[in-house]
Ligand binder design. Structure first.
Ligand code: MN
Length: 244
């Protein structure tokens, strides 16, 4: 059975004000290498089509990108908030809510990790540096190699993530300036940076519902990161489609 993975994409406006659907191609190869067929879900997908779309896919990958609209979670306004796209928020929050309810596999990366938390009722630091002055630096972008191993994380014992990565401590890249503040009630934090920032979340009783704050798609030379995508894609095809 081919495994169809819906991958959300953002929008960028170029110098002549033309708007393009945009997605870094690493996500595509990460899903292909893991045995899935990637299909891009554009920002601007109509809300009334979400239910139908949801049925057509075996799993969803919520990708990195700009910030979620601050009003979505009652966050503190911050001048560093960038690239708000309300249509993308709508699409991704809708998918996250449906996937959590319907036990459909979903992986959120960076922005996607934050979307999961906001969808389920959590909040974000709208800028970690401003609101957590003692935190480590997490915003190693834009002019730094995207696979730069910025900080370590500790992975919780007994989590699916521990099982996938086969370790409890590892180095990750870090290309985010926001982070989880109040964790949504249904989420379990499964990895932390040394400063306490939540770097991974799971819904424990779900087949595969996970957010990671780092960018594994830029570290596909590493077995632990390819195993994350492989486990995600193979879970979409394990024949269990249960309603919670
Ligand atoms: Mn980080």
């Amino acid at each position: 059975m081919p495994t169809l993975i819906g991958i959300t994409a953002g929008r960028i406006k170029d110098s002549s004000a033309i708007i393009r659907v945009a997605l870094i191609d690493k996500y595509i190869s990460a899903i292909q290498n893991a045995g899935g067929i990637p299909l891009i879900l554009p920002s601007g997908t109509r809300a009334q089509e979400l239910g139908l779309l949801f049925e057509k896919f075996d799993g969803f990958l919520l990708t990195g990108g700009g910030d979620i609209a601050t009003e979505r979670f009652g966050g503190e306004p911050n001048p560093k908030v960038y690239d708000i796209d309300p249509d993308r928020d709508e699409l991704e929050i809708g998918l996250a809510l449906m996937a959590s309810k319907m036990n459909k596999p979903l992986l959120g990366i960076c922005r996607g990790h934050q979307v999961i938390n906001v969808a389920l009722g959590g909040t974000l630091y709208t800028d970690i540096t401003s609101q957590r002055p003692n935190a480590l630096r997490h915003d190693w972008f834009p002019d730094i190699p995207r696979d730069y191993e910025a900080h370590s994380i500790k992975v919780s014992h007994g989590s699916l993530l521990e099982n996938i990565l086969s370790t409890n401590e590892l180095q990750v890249n870090s290309l985010h300036h926001q982070g989880i503040k109040q964790l949504a009630a249904d989420l379990t934090p499964t990895a932390f940076a040394p400063d306490g920032i939540i770097e991974a979340v799971e819904v424990i009783e779900h087949r595969f519902f996970m957010g990671v704050q780092w960018h594994p798609e830029w570290m596909l030379a590493r077995d632990d990161m390819t195993n994350l995508f492989r486990t995600f894609v193979s879970t979409t095809n394990d024949g269990k489609q249960l309603e919670k």
